[in-house]
Design a binder for this molecule. Sequence first.
Ligand code: GSH
Length: 166
Amino acid sequence: MLRPDPTRRMPLTLYDNALSTNAQKLRFLLAEAEIAYEAIAVALGPLCPPWYGERHPFATIPLLVDDGFALYESNTMLRYLADRERRTDPRAKAAALQALTPVLTAFEVLLNELDGFGIADCALAGRFATAPRLGVDLSDWPLLTARLQAAWARPSWSASLAAAAR
Ligand SMILES: N[C@@H](CCC(=O)N[C@@H](CS)C(=O)NCC(=O)O)C(=O)O
């Protein structure tokens, strides 16, 4: 289980956009683990301001900055935060990392390897966040569907949606 560290000094900064499913992965983990952070809203794509391109080499959302240390890729951010919050069991970590790569047929096997809630759930729930609204049929993947439903039912998921920077 992920736990906040009350001794931590500097808040994290998440460069965020309410429409970004990749940022939603991070908002979910941050809410779940009750990690304090500052959110800065950045417009997506062509509306992205020039100053953001100076901070992020690809100017995509999200960007996570921890005390001057910047990360540019959302799944790497999830891994980093899990390590930072001291989730160190090597088998649980390896199983979670395998399930970060979205190949649907493989998910049904990989999801069997996961134990409790963790960064793979944040990645999946965020990545598939728009699927219900878009009518995407995931019924061929019952374990994935169940995992998503469980993630989206968590209070931290609702909190993370409400926390989206605008
Ligand atoms: N692999 C990157 C992809 C980031 C990405 O493409 N983010 C989208 C929003 S979800 C974005 O910034 N799109 C605007 C653009 O590509 O200009 C990650 O997972 O962080």
